[in-house]
Design a protein around this ligand. Structure first.
Ligand code: THU
Length: 144
């Protein structure tokens, strides 16, 4: 099944990711990232990166958004937007943030390869990919 979203939904997602980014806790990298995840029903769950002094407990924005949605009972997702940049400053148009490998694998647990991934610095500057393009050979979950 091919997933598509409207231009309005893409703009909604990018704006939500940009807003979520403002809440990042990122004193170590000084990079703030926001993610906005859309369910099949059009509900948006957001997340920001949450770093930690011990480094490895840190969470990426994508996994925070996923955890919020999954723990609210959501299971079907169609798109996620990611916006990152220097802490307390606008994103740089040429510097898109792509999901890390761990986040790609977490997305693959719940989302099909058709899932839309939008890496954006603002509404005008973005790259729209599919999860399969980002992670062509996921470690396969049982559910699809
Ligand atoms: N980060 C995310 O939150 N999402 C990404 O897609 C890439 C990286 C975070 C992790 C860390 O807090 C900071 O960005 C710098 O790597």
């Amino acid at each position: 099944m091919t997933i598509s979203i409207t231009q309005q939904q893409r703009q909604q997602l990018i704006n939500a990711a940009m807003t979520a980014r403002q809440l990042a806790y990122a004193p170590y990298s000084a990079k703030s990232v926001g993610a906005a995840l859309m369910t099949a029903d059009g509900i948006i769950y957001t997340g920001c990166n949450i770093e930690n002094a011990a480094l490895s407990p840190g969470l990426c924005a994508e996994r925070v958004a996923m955890a919020k949605a999954i723990s609210a009972g959501e299971r079907l997702f169609i798109a996620i937007a990611i916006c990152g940049g220097p802490l307390d400053a606008p994103a740089v148009p040429e510097e898109l943030f792509y999901p890390c490998g761990v986040c790609r694998q977490m997305l693959a647990e719940f989302c099909s390869g058709e899932m839309i991934v939008i890496c954006a610095s603002d509404e005008q500057h973005y790259q729209q990919l599919t999860l399969a393009e980002l992670l062509p050979y996921p470690y396969p979950p049982d559910n699809h």
